[in-house]
Write a protein that binds this ligand. Structure first.
Ligand code: AMP
Length: 279
């Protein structure tokens, strides 16, 4: 695996290797890698001649300074995992390499309703930061395919919109959520959970499963209230629990026959976790 810290070196290296119709798959991450990230590497390897991963903790997408400060950084371990997974190239830039003009410079992206609901509503400017980093990384890597986890479902739609508005010719490949045996969606933030928080965290996915199993016979509102009450009694504070269309239009109740998603964001102590389930 070749590691690059500078955009120009990476670009030059990939330009040479892009000849001969060799496709490039790209997996952007913020590090502290787990099986969820590695499943994206595996999907990229299966569909492309070359796989590029990036590790960059993007300051522009954190709306809470404490979350950024405490974000787990374990680059040495990550490099070992990527080597074992057979990743070809790792891009490991510094902040000034990605944002030569500083990361606070405002850039306007027309994200429409995607920026006003769920994560957009509760994490102001988060998706602006996501768009900024993905746009910069895509300029450096220019991949044929971009591998994203559906755990961050709203982020996938936002990035799809970014590709449309910037006319970027990269295909998105949406990959399934990888979970712990308990059902808890894998996340770099899970490392920061206490033993007690880890014990109750599987209730998040269990609530989503319960809603999926019962949505055809009970109103969503009833199921939502029941689960919010139960989670809160267990010590999990629900920030949102919403039913949406596949395009993330918030729905009052199920629309049988159409693709729907239930999405949740919760707080376990100081840790915020998200999850979702397709219906
Ligand atoms: P992050 O490092 O959290 O920015 O995530 C990098 C990529 O890994 C994103 O596309 C995430 O959606 C994806 N990802 C994170 N957790 C999981 C998971 N449990 N299963 C599948 N993909 C994931």
């Amino acid at each position: 695996m070749v590691i690059f810290r500078h955009h120009s070196d990476l670009n030059q290296y990939l330009t040479i290797r892009r000849t001969g119709r060799k496709s490039i798959g790209f997996v952007p991450t913020m590090g502290a890698l787990h099986q969820g990230h590695l499943s994206l590497i595996a999907a990229s390897k299966a569909g492309n001649e070359r796989t590029v991963a990036s590790i960059f903790v993007n300051p522009a997408q954190f709306n809470r300074p404490e979350d950024l400060r405490k974000y787990p950084i374990q680059t040495e371990k990550d490099i070992e995992k990527l080597l074992l997974a057979g990743c070809d190239v790792l891009y490991l830039p510094e902040v000034k390499e990605v944002y030569p003009e500083g990361y606070n410079k405002p850039v306007n992206y027309e994200l429409g309703h995607l920026d006003n609901v769920l994560e957009g509503k509760y994490r102001p400017r988060h998706f602006n930061g996501v768009c900024r980093v993905i746009e910069a990384l895509l300029k450096s890597v220019r991949p044929d395919r971009l591998y994203l986890g559906s755990k961050d479902f709203q982020q996938c739609l936002v990035i799809g919109r970014l590709l449309d508005i910037r006319h970027i010719n990269t295909e998105i490949r949406l990959c399934p959520i990888i979970r712990e045996a308990s059902g808890l969606a894998m996340s770099s933030r899970n490392q920061r959970l206490s033993v007690e928080e880890k014990r109750i965290a599987p209730l998040i996915f269990q609530s989503l499963q319960y809603i999926r199993e019962n949505i055809s016979c009970q109103p969503f509102e009833v199921l939502r209230n029941e689960k919010i009450t139960e989670l809160s009694a267990a010590g999990i504070l629900v920030e949102y629990l919403e039913l949406t269309s596949g395009k993330l239009q918030v729905l009052e109740d199920a629309e049988p026959g159409s693709k729907m998603v239930v999405l949740i964001a919760v707080w376990l102590g100081k840790i915020r976790l998200i999850d979702n389930i397709m219906l």
